[in-house]
Write a protein that binds this ligand. Structure first.
Ligand code: IMP
Length: 414
């Protein structure tokens, strides 16, 4: 059986921890969308490795990590991450296969993002402009640096499209920089180019694949809170178009933070501006891994989780950061919305509506006991168990994993 780990909210749900825990059980760990706008921390013993590009499975020597064609790559950042791992773990890493069709984040994408990304509150990594070039059929792919003899002309031609930035861009220098960096990446002993779709198809009958999502459902370019979204598909469909793996045998686990956070602009119905919001931000260390920006915090919103369930066919939930709720006397969970006086059941994806909804809350009793050392569901305080059971009842999904702290071991498995 293959597994997909999908963010259900606005990102930063703690997918890395769940992927890290599950990696042991899978042969292939595959990223299928996004770029270095993502951020996760891989923990090995007492060492921490903050990574943006490289899949979480990288520190498992006998595994194969794949970067599918739906991922976009900044080669310089990618090489720096590989080198930072080198210094600390040498060649003790998984094999890394990069699909030659993966598009490259070029200097003009970062420049363009710095001029236009502010309204959305992007991460400024050139993500949107890179995907725009891909869809506009003028993008540059990593394989072009290996197979395309006309690559210099191709760079020149795409720069022609960016007339307003032309003065800041030199095709020859860009070619040289990128070609040197890409050669350095591909010269490494455990890194190579390879068609990820072919690889997964050949092997999937007797091997297990773990698909590692970055970002989340409400940041999906179609299904998210457009235009306050990223430019890829962090939902189930993204796996197929971002790898070439045909729909089959995938169980999707939705990662749900026990409360909600959002970075960047856009509506957020359960957002809190009071001392509870401050509690969640401080106790939950809610600062972006990629940009360091403070995250906005609010109550758990179950309309969002039901929406994620529908879009990605979730079969279970990994609930993270339950320990952050410890110490709150009363907990609120949004179970629905009211729009213009009417109760609505579905998630209103148009931001004009989402801006005007009022959340309908269910109140529950909180708990004070420290839960960070608890290993089994039965030993959780009654109120924490009720919180989990309420989520299961309202979403119709079993909560399979419960995060009670940042370490790999602080995970209750049910
Ligand atoms: P972009 O992906 O840099 O274009 O940013 C678009 C929106 O997605 C912004 O609101 C970002 O804050 C948000 N975003 C992108 N990546 C992440 C992530 O990994 N976690 C949370 N938010 C993200």
């Amino acid at each position: 059986m293959n597994f997909a780990i999908i963010g259900t909210q606005w990102g930063d749900e703690g997918k890395g921890k769940i992927v890290d825990y599950l990696s042991e059980k899978f042969d292939y760990i595959v990223r299928y969308q996004g770029g270095n706008n993502a951020g996760h921390t891989v923990v090995l013993g007492d060492q921490k490795f903050p990574l943006h590009h490289i899949p979480t499975g990288i520190l498992h020597k006998n595994k194969i990590c794949c970067i599918g064609c739906g991922v976009i790559l900044n080669p310089k950042v990618f090489l720096e991450e590989l080198q930072s791992l080198d210094k600390r773990v040498g060649n003790n890493t998984a094999r890394l296969i990069i699909d030659p069709k993966a598009h490259l984040i070029m200097p003009w994408h970062i420049l363009r993002d710095s001029l236009t990304g502010g309204k959305i509150g992007t991460t400024g990594r050139g993500i949107g402009p890179c995907y725009e070039d891909a869809i506009g059929r003028r993008g540059i792919r990593i394989g072009d640096f290996v197979y395309n003899r006309n690559i210099k002309k191709q760079i020149q031609s795409t720069i022609g499209y960016y007339a307003d930035l032309a003065k800041k861009l030199n095709a020859q220098t860009i070619y040289k920089d990128y070609s040197t960096t890409i050669k350095a990446i591909l010269k490494r002993p455990r890194v190579s180019l390879g068609d990820v779709g072919v690889l997964l198809d050949e092997k999937q009958k007797n091997r297990n694949i773990l698909f590692e999502g970055a970002q989340a459902t409400l940041l999906d370019i179609y299904f998210g809170t457009y235009p306050f979204v990223t430019s890829s598909h962090p939902t189930l469909g993204g796996i197929y178009i971002g790898t070439g793996f045909a729909p089959q045998n995938i169980k999707t686990v939705g990662v749900v933070k026990a409360y909600t956070t959002r970075v960047g602009e856009g509506p957020f119905p359960t957002e809190l501006h009071d001392k509870v919001g401050k509690h969640l931000a401080e106790k939950g260390h809610e600062f972006g891994t990629t940009t360091g920006r403070p995250r906005r915090c609010g109550w758990l919103d179950l309309t969002i989780i039901r929406y994620a369930k529908r879009i990605s066919g979730l079969s279970g939930i990994a609930l993270t950061k339950l320990d952050i709720l410890t110490g709150l006397t009363t907990l609120k969970v949004a179970v629905g919305y009211k729009l213009k006086g009417k109760v609505i059941k579905d998630f209103p994806v148009f931001v004009y509506d989402l801006e005007r909804v009022q959340s309908i809350y269910h109140e529950m009793e909180g708990w004070n006991d420290d839960i960070t050392g608890i290993k089994s569901f039965n030993n959780l305080p009654k109120q924490a168990k009720n919180y989990v059971k309420f989520i299961e009842k309202e979403t119709g999904l079993p909560v399979k994993y419960i995060g009670v702290g940042p370490e790999r071991s602080q995970l209750i498995i049910r």
